[in-house]
Design a protein around this ligand. Sequence first.
Ligand SMILES: Cc1cc2nc3c(=O)[nH]c(=O)nc-3n(C[C@H](O)[C@H](O)[C@H](O)COP(=O)(O)OP(=O)(O)OC[C@H]3O[C@@H](n4cnc5c(N)ncnc54)[C@H](O)[C@@H]3O)c2cc1C
Length: 384
Amino acid sequence: MNFTLTEEQELMVSAAKRMVETRIEPVLLGHPADQPLPKAAMLDIFSAFAELGITAPRLPVEAGGGGLKMLDYGLILEQLPPVVALSLASHEGTILRIHLGCPDHIRERYLPDLIAGRKIACTANTEADAGSDSGAIRTKLEIDGDSAYLTGRKMWITNASICDVVNVSCTSGLTDNGRPVTRRALVDRGEVAFEIRETAITGLRQGHLSELVFERTRVPASHIMGDAGDAAKTLTMAWNGNRPLLGLMTVHLAQKAFDLARDYALSRQQFGKPLASHQLVQKDLADIETAIVSSRLMCYYALDCIDRGLRANGTSAMAKRFATQACERAIHLAMQVHGAMGISEELGIEQLWRDARVFQVPDGMNGILELIQGREITGTAAFR
Ligand SMILES: Cc1cc2nc3c(=O)[nH]c(=O)nc-3n(C[C@H](O)[C@H](O)[C@H](O)COP(=O)(O)OP(=O)(O)OC[C@H]3O[C@@H](n4cnc5c(N)ncnc54)[C@H](O)[C@@H]3O)c2cc1C
């Protein structure tokens, strides 16, 4: 076992840091912190992702992808501002789903622009009555000759308002035991009009989260992807990889909060000495560092399990649940070290906390992640 990055990994991490400094932070700082970024700004950021080779990290090189190991991708993603890292995860997760089992004409038409960062993609599964129970979707797909029609409403969809294509989970009838037969359809926003409404949330406010409404929206029947019933499989495959990646996004936020708290504790004096020399402040700093290091290692471990071809459903659920909780608590402690400054908007630390809170929701809430891990431990699913 070796806990040191290889020379190649060090190079990847420093290239990612350089790209953030020169190409991404200037865009984020050039726009209001509490408004979704314009699409043109997102395309600038996606072209930087493409240059770094991370728009399709999970696709093999022969298919135009980065062919990266998940651990290496995680090391890179950890360096990115989480608001754009989540957008990238939605985009590249959708690329993976398009790649898996889709007709060649769809791959050939869409993947080159998506991989080059000239177009943006997203996946719409969640509905009002299908959140944690992701298979309970009701968006209806009707096929009539060369046309297919979508009717339904999707919620909380990352990237939807800035995307060019949406991978929509839908259903065409029920199985014998009453569960929907899931299908996937690729909706091209350049060809199909439908309603999109941006939803404001606690954090990640430069990002994009929307509701989509399909009212017997016509798509070409040739845009139906994969086999009947494979939507859930392709979602789960990407989720297993995504969960530790989302954990690392909260590690990024907690690391920033820790750096701010340590500097503040060393510079501010109370009771005639720096905060940093009070024992309880040192305990807070020690607890924050412990949360960061343990979260980071657990996420790296889950990604490494995936790279080694092990079943990682439980490990990846555990990593996301632990990291998102531990890092939110770590940021809370860092705010405490700052006293009133911790809750002021001046230092930006309260924004780190709001951003971290958001990550407890996508790709599996903690209750569900506990049940996934429980299922892996016991062999019994408690969901239904
Ligand atoms: C920032 C963000 C990005 C997102 N991006 C996307 C996206 O790109 N595409 C997409 O399709 N969706 C996306 N989502 C939606 C997300 O996947 C869902 O919000 C999530 O799955 C939870 O569903 P819900 O909000 O309906 O909560 P619910 O499922 O209603 O859960 C509410 C509470 O009940 C608990 N609960 C539910 N069932 C059980 C159970 N069986 N046992 C124990 N506890 C249970 C949950 O843990 C939770 O605490 C995103 C959400 C957010 C916040």
